[in-house]
Design a protein around this ligand. Structure first.
Ligand SMILES: [Zn+2]
Length: 499
């Protein structure tokens, strides 16, 4: 007599399922075959060749990190442990105008700031988006990768200098590249208009590029031209670009930066809601009151404590406060910053009440904005998702766990049109995370930032167990995720789309 037939290859049994919709949780057995969720059944009703006990644990869709700079890290270090260890199963790369699939850089040169955050010149070896996509496929990263095309990267491929608007010919060349990228599966266009190498681009330059998005179903993601005093005007610019292009807008790492802007999050969110009444608008946020990027002279002000994370000419100053360095050198902050450049910095520039208000808004998704090449990274790289689950949802009670999971999964998949991801549903990809709701939390700190999360029990990527009780299994089951076709239904609620 043969053994009783099993229901599925893998069964995760009896866990409390938060399915990504934001609806109340339920207890269930989840059956998985060939990388797909095939069965959702009452607890302890399924048998599987492999069985994982989920009693007392939460099972959620794998987290989607909607704001990353993992373009080249996913190829250079495909284990992606800093993301897997948080429960992340998909990263969206190409944010803030910088991406790796729009042209080669000359080896030995420095890629234009802030593309230097992504990697060294010799790593930018993909002449076009299709070759970048092939590079991801060849690297087989441990998490799925979806990609935006960066405006600054397009500028870098077609312009000899960045302190001016692109000419009509240059815009035409950038459009050709963008159309080809969208055809090869890119999910949209990103800009980083606050950065010096994109700031001279007028709205019209971005509009001319964004005009090709709608036909391909792409979206427009933007690191605003101004995240400080001029944020409302910068938002208006972003909304106008989206409306004219008939494309959804994602405002990247929404924040109110600089002491003079603390408390303005209510006005900023109201502006997003007003714009959202006319066309789809969303935003992402990382759960910290400090930002991080390259060292930017515009942000060097006495009110903002700045930690230097790396410096090419002054490597010995990494890990010190800019104010201490300036005092040692007997110069002012700006002079010290100039001497440190190129450099990386953490800016303690936000108020917790603004971060909380933005995190809690229904249109807000979670992203890390982690900088994987920073030798002393902002702790968001390792800690953003567990910090939302532990500190903000459980400990601060900012929103229910179901809402926290929604902001990391279903909302993100719908907004970025990642078909078959972001939900625990039959027929969806088996990207899953099992965690302990009582202990989940971030361990990474500004002093000791490369620390894995607590409470993440198991992570499956396309059905493969990739993290087992905090230890990477070595599985590298991620895939390149192309933009879904127009026909894919979205499940955004009225408040989330605000449209
Ligand atoms: Zn950015």
């Amino acid at each position: 007599m043969s053994d009783r037939a099993v229901d599925a290859d893998l069964v995760i049994a009896g866990a409390t399922v938060h399915d990504g919709s934001g609806n109340p949780s339920y207890d269930a057995d989840i059956g998985i075959d060939a990388g797909v969720i095939t069965l959702i059944a009452p607890p302890h009703s399924l048998s599987g060749r492999t069985r994982v006990e989920g009693n007392g644990l939460v099972l959620a869709p794998g987290f989607i990190d909607v704001h990353t700079h993992d373009d080249l890290a996913a190829i250079a270090r495909p284990q992606m442990i800093e993301k897997l260890s948080q429960g992340v199963t998909t990263v969206i790369v190409g944010n803030c105008g910088i991406s790796a699939g729009a042209g080669v850089q000359t080896p030995g040169t420095t890629p234009p700031d802030p593309m230097n955050l992504l990697g060294a010149a010799e790593e930018f070896r993909y002449p076009d988006f299709a070759s970048y996509r092939a590079g991801i496929d060849a690297a087989r990263p441990a998490v799925n990768v979806a990609a935006l095309v960066g405006h600054t990267a397009l500028r870098s491929a077609h312009m000899d200098r960045f302190d001016r608007a692109a000419t009509a010919e240059e815009i035409a060349a950038m459009r050709v590249d963008l159309v080809a990228a969208l055809g090869a599966g890119a999910i949209g266009l990103s800009t980083g208009l606050a950065y010096a190498n994109a700031h001279a681009a007028p709205t019209a330059e971005v509009q001319a590029l964004a005009a090709v998005l709608a036909e391909a179903g792409g979206l427009y993601a933007t690191h605003l031209r101004d995240e400080t005093a001029g944020i409302l005007d910068a938002l208006d610019e972003a909304f106008a670009i989206g409306r004219r292009a008939a494309s959804p807008v994602v405002v990247s790492h929404l924040k109110c930066a600089g002491a003079g802007n603390h408390g303005r999050s209510a006005d900023v969110l109201a502006a997003i809601e007003r714009a959202g009444a006319e066309s789809p608008v969303g935003c992402d946020c990382y759960p910290y009151t400090a930002s991080a990027s390259t060292l930017d002279l515009k942000q060097v002000v006495p009110e903002t404590p700045i930690l230097i994370t790396w410096s090419d000419p002054e490597p010995g100053q990494a890990g010190r406060m800019l104010s201490d360095i300036a005092a040692d050198w007997g110069v002012d902050l700006l002079a010290a910053a100039v001497r440190l450049q190129p450099a990386g910095a953490v800016y303690h520039c936000m108020a917790d009440r603004d971060v909380e208000r933005i995190l809690a808004h229904p249109a807000t998704m979670i992203g890390t904005d982690g900088l994987p090449n920073d030798p002393r990274p902002h702790p968001r790289l390792w800690g953003a998702f567990p910090r939302v689950l532990g500190h903000y949802a459980r400990d601060r009670g900012l929103f229910p766990l179901a809402t926290a999971v929604r902001k990391m999964t279903g909302l993100s998949a719908d907004r970025f049109r990642l078909a078959g991801r972001g939900y625990v549903r039959e027929g969806h990809a088996a990207d899953l995370v099992l965690f302990d709701p009582a202990t989940v939390g971030d361990a990474a700190t500004f002093e000791d930032p490369m620390q894995a999360a607590r409470g993440i029990v198991g992570v499956w990527v396309n059905g493969m167990l990739s993290l087992d009780r905090g230890v990477a299994t070595g599985a590298r089951a991620g895939r390149f995720l192309p933009r879904a076709p127009h026909s894919t239904p979205a499940h955004l609620s009225h408040q989330e789309t605000v449209q």
